[in-house]
Design a protein. Structure first.
Length: 142
């Protein structure tokens, strides 16, 4: 199963406070463990919401809302994509993670939808399209 593992933003991350060298080294060691175990598929940190934007959809209308965004607890500061056998395995990995923030922090774990979750609505043509797109993305990454 694939999981999105999200590091929730804090006042420090939204202020652009960069992690210490020690914190970066600890996270690097943790990421090495994830790679060695075959769990890690992707990972990155995100700049503060003041550097981003949102697009609000209402029917055919699109409205751009520039950051920063007020509700820090709803923002994501970074993420991993993991492949684990179960939610419990992903939880166990998160429990081993060094604290990603200087103070209190929170990490959210959510499974991705997989093709079989959509049942008959995900037609054979759609499955072929998804497979083709995944192969094309992999080829472009090198």
């Amino acid at each position: 199963m694939r999981f999105m593992v999200m590091v929730k933003a804090t006042a420090d991350s939204e202020a652009g406070v960069m992690p210490s060298q020690e914190a970066m080294a600890a996270m690097g060691r943790f990421n090495e463990e994830l790679v060695a175990a075959g769990v890690l598929q992707a990972a990155d940190g995100l700049k503060p919401s003041s550097k981003g934007a949102r697009v609000r959809f209402s029917g055919q209308d699109r409205r751009v809302i520039d950051g920063p965004f007020a509700e820090t607890k709803e923002l994501v500061a970074g993420f991993w994509i993991w492949n684990c056998a179960s939610l419990q395995e992903a939880i166990e990995w998160v429990k081993r993670c060094p604290n990603p923030m200087p103070g209190d922090s929170e990490i959210e774990i959510r499974p991705f939808y997989e093709a079989e979750d959509f049942g008959a609505a995900f037609t054979p043509e759609m499955r072929e399209q998804e497979e083709r797109l995944r192969k094309e993305m992999e080829a472009r990454r090198g």
